[in-house]
Design a protein around this ligand. Structure first.
Ligand SMILES: N[C@@H](CCC(=O)N[C@@H](CS)C(=O)NCC(=O)O)C(=O)O
Length: 221
């Protein structure tokens, strides 16, 4: 069957769309009417029981959670990340799960601080999320600068480059002052993201989702 990506522009599903374009895998985009309550509908909950974007319908059934979908795509194609018997697999999995569990979660706490802390505590939640984001991006920066992994590299496209690229985009664009991210503090990562955003696949998605010409390194050109 043709893959179906449940998507809203510049939501987490854009990360999956970037991977699908890079892999040149035929797929259909099913635009989710989020404001119209589509994510709460029984039909959508059969695809993604937690009611979030993204979800990918496949011949193996529906898959949800960004990292799970990216890993499934790597394993199906043998591209954009190390496969199960590759010596780099363990390190790749470690940083993919860290990105999902730690960086993505801290970004969500920055954008929706009332969710972890309640409406009365949003400022404290954002301050804590900011510290976590800077520390966690610092760990990724050190890893890239010291280990130059093939799976997060300016020389090779990879699912992790696209995942971190979209998170960094949001962390530059969305947090209120003084929390916006400055990528000059993360030069090795910036080089990886600059290479990813200039790939033909990324340019196609940037045009389709109206992300601008440099969506990761300078999302407000
Ligand atoms: N851990 C989830 C997070 C996905 C997520 O937060 N999706 C957001 C968009 S970026 C969403 O669907 N928001 C709609 C809502 O909260 O109603 C994943 O990685 O798939």
């Amino acid at each position: 069957m043709t893959l179906i990506l449940h998507h809203a522009p510049d939501f987490a599903s854009t990360i999956v769309r970037l991977a699908l374009e890079e892999l040149e895998m035929p797929h259909v985009i099913a635009l989710a009417d989020i404001d119209g309550g589509a994510l709460a509908s029984p039909e959508y909950r059969r695809v993604n029981p937690v009611g979030l974007i993204p979800a990918l319908e496949t011949e193996h059934g529906p898959i949800f959670e960004t990292a799970a979908i990216l890993l499934w795509l790597v394993d199906q194609t043998g591209r954009l990340g190390p496969g199960p018997r590759d010596p780099d697999r363990g390190a790749f999995l470690s940083w993919l799960f860290f990105t999902s569990n730690a960086l993505h979660q801290a970004a969500l706490a920055m954008f929706y601080p009332h969710r972890p802390a309640g409406e009365a505590n949003t400022e404290a939640a954002q301050a804590a999320a900011h510290d976590q984001i800077i520390a966690r991006l610092g760990l990724i920066e050190t890893m890239v600068a010291t280990q130059s992994p093939r799976w997060l590299s300016p020389d090779h496209p990879g699912v992790l480059g696209y995942y971190i690229g979209i998170l960094v985009r949001w962390l530059i664009l969305l947090p209120p002052p003084p929390y916006g991210l400055d990528l000059r503090d993360f030069p090795a990562l910036k080089a990886v993201l600059a290479a990813h955003e200039s790939r033909p696949a990324a340019l196609r998605v940037a045009a389709a989702d109206a992300l601008g010409p440099t969506p990761f390194t300078n999302p407000r050109p």
